[in-house]
Each structure stands twice: as structure tokens, then as C-alpha cells.
Design a protein around this ligand. Sequence first.
Ligand SMILES: [Zn+2]
Ligand SMILES: [Zn+2]
Length: 285
Amino acid sequence: MVNQKDFFQNGDLFKIKLGEISIEGISMAGICTHISVPELKICFDVGYSHPKLASHKFYFITHGHMDHAAGIPYLVSNKALNKQKPPRFYMPKSMIQPMNSILSLWAKMEGHDYKWNFLEMEKEGVWINPHYQVVSFKTFHRVESQGYLLRSFKEKLKSQYRDLDAKKIAELKNNGVEIQEKIFSPLLAVTGDTKIEFLTENPELYNVKYLLVECTYATDVKSIESCREWGHIHFDELLVHLPKFKGEKIILKHFSRRHTYQEILKVLDEKCPPELREKVLILPW
Ligand SMILES: [Zn+2]
Ligand SMILES: [Zn+2]
């Protein structure tokens, strides 16, 4: 099982291996948030962009605040410059029209004919490849927002057919019998900025293997009420949900500049019940 010490610094980003995938990124409240899964060439939010994001294929944007989305025009331009296909950005519906206007104006200003795709999330999810899919879930911020869930997918022979020989199975298949079952496993959930209600409204997230969640404050420097007013999470609110979390790790990100990394580690040691402490990691910054 991974631990806090398994995070390593890769240039100005932080990376950790989480079984079959890794996450790499940076997250600081009000400054910059982007989290990539390099193996799948996808990222969640783009901050003010980063050279490493330009090679990705899919971009999933949580909401339109600058610290999460300002890099979109830059990435569109960068893709065009490198003669890559127009990028696909999935985003909350209310962002699409303003972002189209911003890009049109910027293209005009540059005298360049950019191409891009700003898309609403597809209800049935977006397939990254035949083994991974991303679906969205509702989050609660000051503007329309959504989180994303990466699920792994495999097909398995239904249990009632497992003892049959190959000939019998081929026969069933030829007769049009559905012998495979589809198995989706919730692997990684990423929230953007949100109030704690995202958990109670999406209880399936208690079962996700890795939950990467916004947590902007963790001490008395900000009250829970004030955090909520700005559409954010205080660690004390997450604490009460920890015992219900069945996954491997909750990874906190998007801390305020009023906190330091060392301070948050200490706060977690003090506040988490010992048996739950190892469930919680922090994305360093
Ligand atoms: Zn933010
Ligand atoms: Zn925000």
C-alpha cells in the first residue's frame, strides 16, 4: 500500500504510483490545479497549463475558475502549433459558450484559425481506451462544477458458465447467449472545488479505490461555515466521513496558501483516529 513518502517530486510537479496508474500534478488553492494520469494521457483540470499537459488526449475540466481552467486557450494554441489534432475538453455545460467566445476572440487577436472541441460530458461516459472509462458526478461549488470518476473495465465469463468447456461456450456464443458480464471498478475519483455534499450525493464514491479531493482548510484559520460559504471543504467535515470510506486512500489537495505542507501533515496526525490516519495522504505542494 502506498504512503506519503511514495510521492516524489518530478520537476515542479508531484507524482505517485497508484497500482496500475499514477497521478502527477500540482494543486494550490487560488493558484493552480492540474492532475494527470500520464499512462492514459488524460488530465483533470489544466491550471494555467504546463508543458507536460500538451501531450494529453483528453482534458476533463471541473469548473471555470482561473486556477483550474485558465490553461485551456494555451493548450488549444499549443496543440495547433505542434500540428496535433484539436483537443477535446469536457467541461460543465455553462462553461462552453463563454469558452468558445474567449477562444474565438483570442484566435482573432492572434490572426490564427484554431480548432477545438469544448464538450459536455457524455451521459454514458467517455472511453479513454477499451479498458478505461471516465464518467462525471455532481459537485457543489459557487459556479457549476463536476467531478470525474475513472473506472477500469473488463468482461468476465458469467459464473454459471465458468465450468463449461470451450466447445459448449462457443455454442452458447453462437446462439447469441450473453455469456460475459461487464465489470466496472471505480479506480480514481477527482473532485474540483466543492462542498462536502459531493460525498453524500454520490455515495458510490465511498467505494472508489483512490479519492482525490479538494480540502482547502484544515485548522481554525478558517471556520467550516466560512469554507462552505466559498464552496470549499474543511478537513473537519471530511473527518466524519473517513470511517465510511472503503477505498484505499483519500488524497487531499488544493490547500490554501495559509497552510504549509508540514503543518497539514501534523494536523492529520493530531486529528485522524490512529486506525484511519494511514488512509489519508496529501498531494504535496
Ligand atoms: Zn480552486
Ligand atoms: Zn473554484
